[in-house]
Design a protein around this ligand. Structure first.
Ligand code: NAX
Length: 326
C-alpha cells in the first residue's frame, strides 16, 4: 500500500470540519488506494468537541485512516503535512464591522502561514475555506516565504458546484452534462458566476438558456446562495462546503477532466488583466498536482466590468490587512 498522505484540517470540530473529516477518511478525497493520516487542529475551547470527533472517527473503523492527531498547537498540527485545509476562522459576531472581521481573521491566517512555512512538507498544498477566504490565502502565503505562493489557494468550488446545480436544473440535464463553468473573482457577493463558455452536452449553453436569465436570475442566485441556505436552515452551508473541499483537493491532486475546467482561487499572475497582488478565482485545469489558469477566454464588456469590481473589492480587503503582509 502507498504511504499515507497527511492532511491537516483546522476548525475540525466545527460544522464544515464535522462534515469533512469522515469523507476524507473514507477515501472520497484521494481514492480507495490512498491511506490518510488526519491532523486535526482546533482552539483550546473546542478541544473537548474535537475529542468527540476523534472518537467517532475511530468508531467508523475506516480501513484507509492510518492515524489521527488532535491538537491546539499549530506547530504540531502542520508538522509534515501534505495538504492543509484551513477551515477554522472567527465568525462574525453581533455588531462586528466587516473590517474588524477581516483583521481578526488575518491574524489567525498569518500565524498559520508561518507554522506551515516552518513545519509542513515542502510540497504542501493549502486550501483556505475560512472567510474572507481569498484574502486569508493571500496572508497565509505572504507569511510563508520559504514556500511558493502558488501552493496556497482559496476555495470557490462551492460557488462553482452551486452554479452547475442551478444550470442543470434549468436545462433539465445532469451536472455531468455541463462543462466549462467559471466563477471569477472573490468568494463574496462580487463573485462573477459566468456561463458564457459553458457547454451542455457539448453544445453552447445559450442554445438552451437566455442571456437575460443568466443576468437576472442565475448570477444573483449563485451570489446569494449562501444567504438562501442560512435563511432556510438557520445555519450556513456545511455539507456542501465540505463536499466542495473534497472536489477542490481531489482535482488539484489527481487532475481535472479532459476538455473541462474547474474554478479555484489562486494567486493572480496578471491573467485577464487582474492585479498580481490578489488571490482571484479563475478557471483552471489541473494535471500532475499542478494547476494552470485557462487562457484566451473572450470576455465581453459586462464581464470585464464584473471582474474589475471583484478585483477592486479584493484590493480593498488587502488594504485593510496591509500591515500583516511582510
Ligand atoms: P464553525 O464556527 O462551525 O467552525 C469553525 C471552527 O473553527 C470552530 O470549531 C472553531 O473552534 C475553529 N477555529 C476558530 N479559530 C481557529 C483557529 N485559529 N485555529 C483552529 N481552529 C479554529 O464554522 P463553519 O460553519 O465550519 O465555517 C468555517 C468557515 O468557513 C467560516 O469562516 C465560514 O465563513 C467559511 N465558509 C467558507 C465557504 C467557502 O466557500 N469558502 C463556504 C462555507 C463557509 O461559509
Amino acid at each position: 500500500m502507498k504511504p499515507a498522505v497527511k492532511v491537516t484540517i483546522t476548525g475540525a470540530a466545527g460544522h464544515i470540519g464535522y462534515a469533512l473529516v469522515f469523507r476524507i477518511a473514507s477515501g472520497a478525497m484521494f481514492g480507495q488506494e490512498q491511506p490518510v493520516i488526519l491532523r486535526l487542529l482546533e482552539i483550546p475551547q473546542s478541544m473537548s468537541a474535537l475529542s468527540g470527533v476523534r472518537m467517532e472517527l475511530e468508531d467508523c473503523a475506516f480501513p484507509l485512516l492510518h492515524d489521527i492527531v488532535t491538537t491546539d498547537d499549530p506547530t504540531i498540527g502542520f508538522r509534515g503535512t501534505n495538504y492543509a485545509i484551513l477551515v477554522g476562522a472567527k465568525p462574525r459576531s453581533k455588531g462586528m464591522e466587516r473590517k474588524d472581521l477581516i483583521t481578526e481573521n488575518a491574524k489567525i491566517f498569518a500565524t498559520q502561514g508561518r507554522a506551515i512555512n516552518d513545519f509542513a512538507a515542502r510540497d504542501v498544498r493549502v486550501v483556505v475555506v475560512g472567510n474572507p477566504a481569498n484574502t486569508n490565502a493571500l496572508i497565509a502565503a505572504a507569511n510563508a516565504p520559504d514556500l511558493d505562493r502558488n501552493q496556497f489557494t482559496a476555495m470557490t468550488r462551492l460557488d462553482h458546484n452551486r452554479a452547475l446545480g442551478q444550470l442543470a436544473n434549468k436545462t433539465n440535464t445532469l451536472v455531468s452534462d455541463i462543462s466549462r463553468m467559471t466563477i471569477w473573482g472573490n468568494h463574496s457577493l462580487t463573485q462573477y458566476p459566468h456561463i458564457n463558455h459553458c457547454q451542455v452536452n457539448g453544445q453552447p449553453v445559450f442554445d438552451q438558456v437566455s442571456h437575460d436569465w443568466a443576468i437576472d436570475h442565475f448570477i444573483p442566485r449563485i451570489q446569494r446562495r449562501g444567504a438562501e441556505i442560512i435563511e432556510a436552515r438557520g445555519l450556513s452551508s456545511a455539507a456542501s462546503a465540505a463536499d466542495a473541499v473534497v472536489d477542490h483537493v481531489h482535482d488539484w491532486a489527481l487532475g481535472t477532466k479532459d476538455d473541462d475546467w474547474v474554478s479555484m482561487s489562486v494567486h493572480s499572475d496578471g491573467s485577464y488583466g487582474i492585479d498580481e497582488g490578489v488571490v482571484f478565482s479563475y478557471p483552471v485545469t489541473c494535471k500532475d498536482g499542478q494547476y494552470e489558469i485557462v487562457q484566451g477566454l473572450e470576455l465581453d464588456d459586462l464581464s470585464v466590468s464584473r471582474l474589475k469590481a471583484s478585483e477592486d473589492e479584493l484590493r480593498s480587503e488587502r488594504a485593510i490587512i496591509a500591515e500583516l503582509l511582510p
